[in-house]
Design a protein around this ligand. Structure first.
Ligand code: FES
Length: 502
């Protein structure tokens, strides 16, 4: 986000009409908007914050169809054809980015690299052999190898040729410029709070401005306006990321991932001084779990410095992803929001190819063009819902548990002892004024208090000490210490409380 610039766009202040309105400006939303604008539709993009400042602004930017070990799972749970369709659609998205970047003359640091899923422990080898075979059967140029460019030995790895990495925001800058050149309108700081599907669809923003649109694309990461139907088929996880410069001759020259040790993902990207920026992701956790995120950052930094001793770490951040309970993203019509509404979500951390693929798929659905992969990604699919029943039920159980148990946990004995004990940088949930209250002490010693009841569906938020945010364990909403919405599906801030009443 520091190495790409976007123009600023004013919030929407007047009622508007368009053939298509896109809510959300990550890679899925902007890809859909660009496809629709290119097809000749009038397009309006509505972004609650700044362009691409959500998940897409925090991604590691791998453009690959190798998604850890998805093919063996797809083959066994959805069948050979589904695995092939998945591979084809993700590979097509990769090729599409290369084509579009070329067409638009965008310099987005595209680099061809092989992608690897590796394991260090011998126990993981059989699963990776199976994944290599499944990925090859799905049409990828995949093989099982024991040698990689990593500076430490692996027990085995799946290697897929012909993949790529890029600077996602530089790519999206190219799309944004072209959308505007084609007459598309873009508004930042414009949060959509109501949507009625129909013909036309009607949207209302937080400022009370209305938009009438023939079609609406909901590309908000977690799907807003689905009345908690799709939400039951999504789980959230948050990954930590650390980065720093690495001498060029230490570049592992590939994109790597392992599910071992709480996940580790490695790639590098070019820096202006000729060295490489090493980007390492890991320590996946469920947002709102109240875990010690600082300790997780420390573990990730230690792992990175141990495995890449020449790195000089300088940055850290986090990214949040959601996954569907049956593995496949949810892209297509969003029937619970009414007619002519479409959704793209559940990319499970693979939103670069997934988002681009979703953009082309939704544009085809709006255009009425046949789309080979529509059935695989259809959010209304039912066959796989049965097969994914255990994951679905677990997601429901976890949500219900948080809704009930977290309330019981915060009832306490009515004393506010923990608030007095809070040290700078810490946060806790206590009972105050008859309800759960989320309290944080900042570095100056000042207390910030808000209601701990998530404004989405009422679960109790927990503190993330590494990012100093309140997070909801049920569907992943995130809030600042003064209650502002950082990430949906919540649309309204946490209510402010007076710290003096604690
Ligand atoms: Fe759904 Fe909090 S209750 S995000």
């Amino acid at each position: 986000m520091r190495t790409a610039t976007f123009p600023s766009f004013a919030p929407l202040s007047q009622p508007a009409e368009a053939d298509a309105a896109v809510i959300g400006s990550g890679i899925a939303g902007l890809s859909a908007a660009w496809e629709l604008a290119r097809a000749g539709l009038s397009v309006i993009v509505l972004e609650a914050d700044r362009l691409a400042s959500g998940v897409t602004g925090h991604t590691t930017g791998k453009l690959t169809a190798l998604h850890t070990s998805v093919y063996d799972t797809l083959r066994s749970e959805h069948g050979e054809e589904a695995a092939r369709d998945y591979a084809d659609s993700q590979s097509a998205a990769l090729g599409h980015v290369l084509d579009v970047a070329g067409q638009l003359g965008v310099d987005c640091e595209l680099e061809k690299r092989p992608a690897f899923t590796y394991c260090e422990r011998p126990e993981g080898v059989d699963a990776l052999r199976a994944e290599a075979e499944a990925a090859r059967a799905a049409g990828l140029e995949a093989s099982f190898v024991t040698e990689t460019g990593l500076p430490f030995p692996v027990a085995g790895a799946v290697r897929v040729e012909g993949q790529a990495q890029f600077h996602p925001l530089k790519y999206l800058r190219g799309l944004v410029d072209d959308i505007v050149a084609r007459g598309g309108r873009i508004h930042e700081g414009t949060r959509v709070t109501r949507l009625h599907g129909g013909d036309p669809c009607r949207l209302t923003t937080e400022a009370g401005v209305t938009v009438s649109a023939g079609h609406v694309v909901v590309a908000t990461h977690h799907p807003l306006f689905d009345h908690a139907v799709l939400a039951t088929r999504l789980t959230q996880h948050r990954d930590l990321v650390v980065a720093g410069s690495l001498p060029t001759d230490r570049d592992p020259e590939g994109m790597y991932i392992t599910g071992e040790g709480g996940k580790r993902s490695v790639r590098t990207s070019p820096l202006a001084d000729g060295s490489r920026l090493l980007i390492v992701t890991g320590e996946a956790f469920t947002p709102g779990s109240g875990e010690d995120t600082e300790a997780r950052y420390a573990r990730l930094e230690a792992w990175t410095e141990q495995h890449f001793p020449e790195v000089t770490l300088s940055h850290r951040w986090a990214a949040q992803d959601n996954s569907s309970t049956d593995t496949v993203p949810l892209v297509g019509r969003l029937p619970t929001a009414g007619d002519n509404v479409f959704v793209a979500t559940g990319f499970a951390g693979w939103g670069m190819t997934g988002g681009v693929s979703a953009g082309t798929l939704i544009a085809s659905l709006i255009d009425g063009a046949p789309q080979r992969w529509a059935g695989l990604y259809d959010p209304g699919r039912v066959g796989s819902a049965l097969r994914s029943a255990p994951s679905f039920l677990k997601a429901q159980w976890d949500t219900g548990k948080h809704f009930v148990q977290d309330r019981l946990d915060t009832l306490g004995d009515g004393t506010n002892g923990p608030v007095q004990d809070l040290r700078p940088g810490e946060g806790t949930v206590v009972r105050a004024g008859g309800g759960p209250c989320a309290v944080h002490r900042d570095d100056q010693g000042e207390l910030h208090a808000v209601s701990a009841v998530c404004t989405h569906m009422g679960c109790i938020v927990a503190f993330n000490n590494g990012e100093r945010t309140w997070e909801c364990p049920c569907h992943g909403s995130r809030f600042g210490v003064d209650g502002e919405v950082l990430q949906g599906p919540a649309l309204r801030p946490l209510e402010r409380r007076n710290p003096e009443d604690l």
